[in-house]
Unconditional design. Structure first.
Lengths: 216, 216
DNA sequence: GTCTATATTCAGATAGAC
DNA sequence: GTCTATCTGAATATAGAC
């Protein structure tokens, strides 16, 4: 009875079995996808037996959903840390440029993140709850943060800040999707800074700032 | 020897076995994904034996790539038919609105298309050539058509039409991805017309057209 | 060309010893 | 709690008759 609590005695930094299993599961699921990942390999990589895996996770689906939840809420969450300090001390265009840069850096140069996107979108038909987690942990906070920031910039005079936020994020996400996720860099090249600058022009230029050569 | 050409004698409208197999394969791959689709079920749905499937397609990968190629180049190609007639007789904003409407109708209300996007993105890591086909058949023509159209509209005075085209298409694709592919309609609602109008405002409004209330 | 039957491998999941 | 050993079903692919 009292011999069963060797779990939280002084094992604060021995990684729990569940963690080890999740680590192995991450590698496998990200590499092979859901269906092609075998519980045999998950167990082998974690260095435990298959029975142990099944003692910690009811079945393959449960392991997968637990993993995706963990990834969405820890590994791949950051990005939208627009501190108020930064927001206030710069021009909106500079703030947005910094944000776009951070966002693209965090995603495009992180092969694991790209693989995660492939996996999650690919399984979004069979695991709609996981897609929902992705939206709540990543897309929704992102859109809301940008939206609120844009709404607070009276200089920009944006008629619909939430729509502007979706244009901003949508353009960048689509860029990542095309260039990296779908490997379109060579067949459909586009310089990153060129796109970002054009996007910022569209969002930030108030009337009178655009060239105005001929009539009107 | 000469008994082997019963293939193209008068069978012009008896569907060939390969077609029947591809039809069955489409249903299976779209429903279950690549790894979880079994050649047994493909054969059963097509009404042929497994050996027949393997006589027409070298293996599962070959069947899958043949299928995706066919889908990308026939089933899911249309969309960007901006006839010159339409282009010339309307205001750019109206042309773009029509285009956005057609595009969203064609994708958002077509569950097969959404499933196809999930499948292709999900397998883009393991089948990069297929992602490339997707880009060449769908994304590239789309971006180029919009880009050329925008470039020809001198009224719009767009500094970088190709970037504008990417913003236009990227915003719409991301909208589809969020609302439909990832099932974000309830958790992150956005009215379609509101987004499209805001997007058109951003792209089409020349200087002086925006509200200009206070100073400047 | 198409079938039936089968070889072979491997999957998810569990029983029972320790 | 963790292991070894195993059940059961299903997967890809092929051999060989017709």
């Amino acid at each position: 009875m009292d011999s069963s609590d060797n779990n939280h005695r002084h094992s604060q930094r021995l990684p729990e079995k569940a963690e080890v299993i999740l680590d192995g599961a991450m590698r496998e699921f990200l590499e092979f996808g859901y269906a092609a990942t075998s519980m045999d390999r998950v167990a082998a990589i974690a260095g435990v037996s298959k029975a142990t895996v099944y003692r910690h996770f009811q079945n393959k689906e449960a392991l997968f959903t637990a993993l995706i939840q963990q990834l969405a809420q820890t590994q791949f969450q950051p990005v939208f840390n627009l501190k108020q300090a930064e927001q206030l001390q710069s021009e909106p265009r500079l703030v947005l440029q910094t944000l776009a840069s951070k966002m693209l850096d965090n995603i495009m140069e992180n092969e694991q993140m790209l693989t995660f996107m492939r996996l999650l979108i690919g399984e979004s038909g069979r695991f709609p709850e996981l897609a929902h987690i992705f939206i709540r942990s990543l897309e929704k906070p992102g859109i809301e943060a940008v939206s609120q920031y844009l709404a607070a910039q009276s200089k920009l005079q944006l008629a619909d800040p939430e729509v502007s936020a979706r244009i901003f994020i949508g353009t960048l996400v689509h860029f990542v999707l095309l260039q990296k996720v779908l490997h379109g860099q060579e067949s459909l090249p586009m310089e990153r800074d060129r796109l970002v600058n054009g996007l910022l022009d569209l969002i930030c230029l108030r009337s009178g700032d655009r060239l105005n050569p001929t009539g009107i």
